[in-house]
Every structure is written in C-alpha cells, then in structure tokens.
Design a protein around this ligand. Structure first.
Ligand code: ASP
Length: 302
C-alpha cells in the first residue's frame, strides 16, 4: 500500500497533468532517451499482451532495448491464462520472478484500474478493450509536436478531425481526454451508430464534410471484431461515404492512422508513401515516446 503512493502509472490520460504531457512529449523529441547497455541486475519490464498487437508490442520492446532494460513478453496464447489462471495471479507471479513494471493490453475495458493496487510497480496501459490507449495518443501528440517544430502555440491551434469507428476506439477516447486537457479543438465524424457517449465533449458530425476544414485528419480502423449487428450493418454505408482517397485531402493537410489499416475500408490504398501521411512517422515516434515514458514511470533520467 505504501508503495502505491509513490508509484507512477500510465493507465489513463487522466494520470497526467497538462504540463507533464507536454514535458514528456517535448523531451522525447528534444532529449531522446540515451542508448544504454542492458543491465541484467535491473528488474525486467513485463509486456503482457492479451490481445493482438504489432506496433505497440514491438515499440515497447524496442523502447526497452534502447534504454537498457530486459523485457519478458507474455501472450495469452501458450500461457497458463489459457488454462484459466487469472491475470492477477499471472502478474503477481511475474513480479515474483523479477518484473519491476508492467505494460499490459487486455480485452477488458477498465480492467487495468485494479492493477494499480496490486503492488506490481508501475503499470502502463497498452490498450484496455474499448477504454483507453494512452501511449498511442501521446505518441500521436509527439508526432504533431514534431510537425509544428515544437511550437506549443501552433500545436494547440491545430484543427484535428477524427473519423471512423469512434465507438470502439480506445485511441479516440484517449484523444478526447488529451484534447480537453490541452484545449485542442477536436472534430469527430462517424455514422450515428458509431457515435460514443463521450462525443458530446466535441463537435460531432455524421458526415465527413468537415474534413476539408482540418489541418490533421486521423482515420480509425473499423473494428469488426468489436461490432454487434446494428454497428456492423453500417460498415458499407461508412465505406461509401467516408473512405478517404489521396484526392480528398489538400496539399497542406496531414493524415494519421494508429494502425492496423483496413485498406479499402477507411482509407483507399497508396497512402503510406504519400508525403502528407504521418503514419510511418507515428510508428517511429512510438519507440521514442515509450522509451521516455518507461523512464518517467521508473524515474530513471537519461
Ligand atoms: N492499434 C490500435 C489499438 O490497439 C488501433 C486499432 O486496433 O485499430 O487500439
């Protein structure tokens, strides 16, 4: 219990103040985490991914490698979680085997809040169901800070539009919190069936007509694995109305997507190499931001 009062977690964007957010993202760019050799005596980072992941898992692995921390990757497949062991038991056992912090992805929305009280050390949310994905929003913000050459005034003035499957997107919910924290104006666009309750905090439209007014347009994946009947039924109409092609954005506009992309659904093909696309930059920034974040929760300065 005593430990918890001093442990920093990153379960939600709510765990950060406005100045902490800006400091973290700015320092990831301006003072990138130093490369350090692995110190085998240090506690390892437990990367527990109970839902599929490519970018998030790999960028946390690369972040650990960069700052000299051992890591252990645990997937639900092939572990005792498949035999019915609870996630709490797994985490406690990993802690006993020398994990000093945890990066966790779970299918359970809100499922990581309880991990704060287990005495596991710092817990970082790598995606909880349709809840939050704070490190994705933070790496997106770092990408945008890079775009505006670290000018916070310009960052706050950016007009950002997010379109797609908002209801099932933990990235969008973390973005909603981040935008409110920083006073950034967000415009949300989706079919009515994909409109989440938290959309009331922002401008929302059921058409994509506002895309032309945005500086940055963020596409979201249609998350078929999380959809029930009525939500799934609008996919075809969404594709016809919203799918974004290269002709649909002006020269000065930028495109983002957290990945993985459903080509031909939310985006037409051929975007990755387009100079207006920040999508690969987001992947690059993910490693830097996550390395800084691990240092921040572990309080190791470079
Ligand atoms: N990779 C992101 C996530 O895990 C976005 C997505 O899956 O569409 O939430």
């Amino acid at each position: 219990v005593l430990e918890n009062r001093f442990v920093r977690h990153c379960v939600s964007i709510d765990d950060f103040t406005e100045s902490e957010v800006l400091e973290l993202c700015r320092s990831a760019l301006k003072k990138p985490p130093a490369f350090r050799p692995i110190d085998p005596a240090k506690p390892a980072v437990g990367l527990v991914f109970l839902e599929p992941s490519t970018r998030t898992a790999v960028s946390f692995i690369r972040a650990c490698q960069r700052i000299g921390l051992n890591h252990v990757l645990v997937l639900s497949k092939g572990t005792s979680i498949e035999k019915g062991e609870t996630v709490e038991d797994t985490l406690r056992n990993l802690k006993a085997m020398g994990m000093g912090s945890f990066v966790i992805r779970t299918q359970v929305t809100g499922g990581l809040q309880g991990c704060r009280d287990l005495g596991l050390g710092p817990v970082v949310n790598a995606g909880d169901g349709v809840g939050e994905h704070p490190t994705q929003a933070l790496l997106d913000l770092t990408t945008l800070l890079d775009l505006v050459h670290w000018d916070e005034g310009r960052l706050r003035a950016l007009k950002i539009g997010i379109y797609g499957d908002l209801r099932h997107s933990r990235v969008a919910q973390s973005w909603s919190k981040l935008a409110r924290k920083l006073g950034i104006r967000l415009t949300l666009m989706s079919p009515e069936e994909w409109r989440p309750a938290w959309a009331v905090d922002h401008d929302w439209s059921d058409s994509r007509s506002a895309i032309k007014d945005q500086d940055v347009v963020m596409a979201l994946r249609v998350q078929r694995e999380r959809m029930d009947g009525p939500a799934a039924a609008v996919t075809e109409a969404f594709v016809n109305n919203f799918r974004l092609g290269r002709r649909d954005l002006a020269e000065h506009q930028r495109l983002m997507h957290p990945g993985p992309i459903n080509w031909g659904v939310e985006l037409e093909p051929d975007w990755l190499e387009d100079p207006r696309s920040l999508i690969l930059k987001q992947a690059e920034m993910g490693v830097l931001l996550r390395a800084k974040l691990l240092e921040w929760v572990l309080e190791t300065k470079s």
